[in-house]
Design a protein around this ligand. Structure first.
Ligand code: ASP
Length: 339
């Protein structure tokens, strides 16, 4: 009897330690990584106070850490992307959710999208006015709608069936964006042509995230208020799959920020992934080509955050600054603002 118990115990201890070893190995072989952005544009040391810079760094750190923690807990890359973006949407510092820019008419119209690199499922919403966290509605479109992109009232009607939180449009107001809107209106009245040629200077603050989970799956998401003084009904690149957001385990996950019209016409996110997939380029080389050659030569300003299934990270931009942060597969953290 005693021999039997010893034998059973022995087998238990052996399998248990073998399992622990396998888990250890899996952990080492299963890197996790995340990158986020808070918009690109004329962001210079001269136009950002020390106090505001500190606040932005702290918020980026908070969103990054929360997303990374979700990955450490074994959550999916889709969940980590949502976690990080929700925090940035709730912060008045960024042009998404609270703190969104104003349309010409003085309202906020929000766009967001999310894509799963494993299944190539995607969800996006555009022109919503009353959704507290647009990224969460985009995720519901991904998981619970047969469509990819819903707009305006239709998107909000769908939101009501999914238990999504609503908010009054005025809840997204901030003094900082209101003043930017007023300034933009004045410039527009003075000289329309000059205003539109400098249009990209009147925004920045779009948010996005890309993540790699312990299952080896990548995802990307983006959320924005668009661009100051945009025409009512204007939709930028952020909710357009392939332009502002793209994810495919076979190549990379991308979230973009910048002058949306260019990102749509140059199909930026998908182009970066296609270069990785078909010409075997690294994400660094591919994203640099698209942002600093193709887009720059075309006159398009902005940047991207990119991640591949091995946990490599690239954060190129062709503007003076881009709010960005990442934790790569080695666990190295980076937070940057200026060039
Ligand atoms: N890409 C966004 C848009 O065009 C704006 C931004 O990234 O700042 O709507």
């Amino acid at each position: 009897m005693i021999r039997l118990i010893t034998c059973v115990l022995g087998v238990f201890l052996f399998t248990h330690s073998a399992m622990a070893e396998t888990n250890m190995e899996n952990k080492d072989e299963a890197p996790i990584a995340i990158a986020i952005h808070g918009g690109a544009g004329t962001i210079t040391k001269a136009n950002l106070s020390d106090e505001k810079e500190a606040k932005i760094r702290a918020k980026l750190d908070e969103a990054l850490s929360a997303g990374y923690q979700a990955l450490e807990q074994g959550k999916s890359s889709i969940e980590a992307v949502q976690t990080a973006i929700t925090i940035l949407e709730n912060s008045p510092l960024f042009n998404a959710g609270v703190g969104a820019v104003y349309t010409f008419n003085g309202e906020h119209e929000l766009d967001a999208s999310i894509m799963d690199g494993r299944t190539l499922q995607a969800g996006a919403i555009a022109g919503v006015k009353r959704i507290k966290n647009p990224i969460q509605l985009a995720a519901q479109v991904l998981s619970h709608s047969r469509h990819v992109l819903l707009t305006g009232e239709g998107a909000e009607e769908f939101a009501a069936t999914r238990g999504i939180k609503f908010a009054d449009n005025r809840m997204f107001d901030t003094q900082f964006r209101y003043e930017a809107w007023q300034k933009a209106k004045t410039k527009h009245e003075q000289d329309k042509q000059a205003f539109w040629s400098q249009w990209p200077d009147y925004k920045y603050g779009t948010v996005g995230a890309v993540a790699l989970d312990s299952e080896g799956n990548i995802a990307a998401g983006t959320s924005t208020g668009g661009m100051t003084l945009k025409q009512y009904g204007r939709v930028g690149d952020s909710p357009i799959i392939g332009a502002g957001t793209y994810a495919n385990n076979e190549s990379c996950a991308v979230s973009a920020t910048g002058h949306g019209e260019f990102f749509i016409r140059y199909n930026v996110a998908a182009d970066i992934c296609a270069r990785v997939k078909y010409s075997g380029k690294s994400i660094k080389a591919a994203s640099n080509e698209v942002i600093n050659d193709v887009l720059k030569n075309a006159g398009g300003s902005g940047g991207v955050i990119v991640l591949d299934a091995k946990g490599h990270v690239a954060l190129p931009f062709n503007t003076e600054g881009m709010y960005r942060a990442s934790i790569n597969a080695k666990g190295e953290k980076y937070i940057g603002i200026y060039k």
